[in-house]
Design a protein around this ligand. Structure first.
Ligand SMILES: Cc1cc2nc3c(=O)[nH]c(=O)nc-3n(C[C@H](O)[C@H](O)[C@H](O)COP(=O)(O)O)c2cc1C
Length: 141
C-alpha cells in the first residue's frame, strides 16, 4: 500500500525559475533515492504538489517541505492510502501555469490559489493529473 498527499502553498515573493529548478533537482535526487513520485504545478504564485509512495517516506518528506522557506501557507488538502500510483514513472513532474491550456483550467473551475472551498482534495488531485497528462505521452495512458 502507498500513501498519497496533495497540498497547496504560496511561493515566496520573487521566487525565480532558478529556485524552482533547484527544488526540482532536489526532488529528483531525493525522491529517486526514497522511491517517492508525484507532480508539482507552479501557477499564479502557488505550488500545488501531489506526493506519493511509502507512507513513512511521504510523511518524512512532507515534514521537510513544510519547513522549507521558499514557500508559506502550506495547506494539506488530501491524504489517502492507495494501492496504485498516479505517477509511477516520475520522481517529480514539473508543470508551469503557462503550459496549462485555458480549456483545462475552465473545465476544472480553476482559480488562483485553488481556494479550499472550491477545490476539495480529490478535485485537486484530478486537476494535477489532468495538467500533467496534457501534451505528454501519459495522455494515452
Ligand atoms: C514546493 C516544494 C516542493 C518540494 N518537493 C520536494 C520533493 O518532492 N522531494 C524532496 O525531497 N524535497 C522537496 N522539496 C525540498 C524540501 O523542502 C527540502 O528542501 C529537501 O527535501 C531537503 O530537506 P532537508 O534540508 O531537511 O534535508 C520541495 C520544496 C518545495 C518548496
Amino acid at each position: 500500500m502507498f500513501k498519497r498527499i496533495a497540498y497547496v502553498s504560496r511561493a515566496v515573493e520573487g521566487l525565480g525559475d532558478a529556485s524552482i529548478y533547484d527544488i526540482i533537482r532536489t526532488a529528483h535526487n531525493r525522491n529517486g533515492a526514497s522511491g517517492l513520485t508525484g507532480a508539482l504545478l507552479v501557477m499564479d504564485g502557488h505550488f500545488i504538489q501531489v506526493l506519493e509512495g511509502d507512507g513513512y517516506r511521504v510523511r518524512e518528506c512532507f515534514r521537510a517541505i513544510q519547513a522549507d522557506r521558499r514557500h508559506t501557507d502550506v495547506d494539506l488538502r488530501h491524504e489517502e492510502v492507495t494501492r496504485s500510483l498516479l505517477f509511477p514513472d516520475e520522481w517529480m513532474v514539473l508543470r508551469h501555469g503557462s503550459e496549462i491550456p485555458a480549456e483545462l483550467k475552465v473545465a476544472f473551475g480553476y482559480q488562483p490559489g485553488l481556494p479550499r472551498g472550491q477545490f476539495p482534495g480529490a478535485h485537486l488531485v484530478g486537476f494535477v493529473l489532468a495538467c500533467c497528462r496534457h501534451g505528454t505521452a501519459l495522455q494515452t495512458a
